[in-house]
Design a protein around this ligand. Sequence first.
Ligand code: CA
Length: 228
Amino acid sequence: MRLLVVEDEQKTGEYLQQGLSEAGFMVSLAHNGLDGHHLAMTEAFDLIILDVMLPDVDGWRILQSLRDAEKQTPVLFLTARDSIEDRVKGLELGADDYLVKPFAFAELLARVRTLLRRGSSPVQTDQLVVADLILDIPKRRAQRGGKKIQLSQKEFALLELLVRRQCEVLPRSLIASQVWDMNFDSDTNVIDVAIRRLRAKIDDDFSPKLIHTVRGMGYKLDMEDGDD
Ligand code: CA
């Protein structure tokens, strides 16, 4: 899968390039709008990650050129502020998704994978449902028993992982690499704390309990009681 990253902040650009390469993608990096525009228009990519604020040709113009040329490459745009005008403008111009800076890399990776899956299949799974728990993936929102649940980005990512791989026991090391994009060799406390918080939000006031500890192994999400 070939990705194009257009980002003028050098550190961010290189960080994205490295992270996405490690995740198995071929990544071209453009440090300015002009190069990004040229690459986007002349080469074939499976997905473009587009910073909106660029000093020369901004992200909007690149997106507009792409869509004017009827190129349907999925575009994930990066915006510095969560403004409704930016979002509306992006979606009107034909962006597929957006992320507000600063974002967690794991979050970006999850969005990229979702967009790529969408591109290859007409079936969109925007919602994940387990019992009375509903995750709205594009909006990053969760509710249980009809009640909205406020989750941080990490908590949402953690819950999404557990739901996508429900009934599977997920070792802490796997959770660490998928959600935090890091290896926790010893300090799995971070994960235990995050699980505890998540449980307080999605399990404490509800039944059945969904998140279970599998002693000595990790965690799993399951509708059936037991193990815990
Ligand atoms: Ca920028």
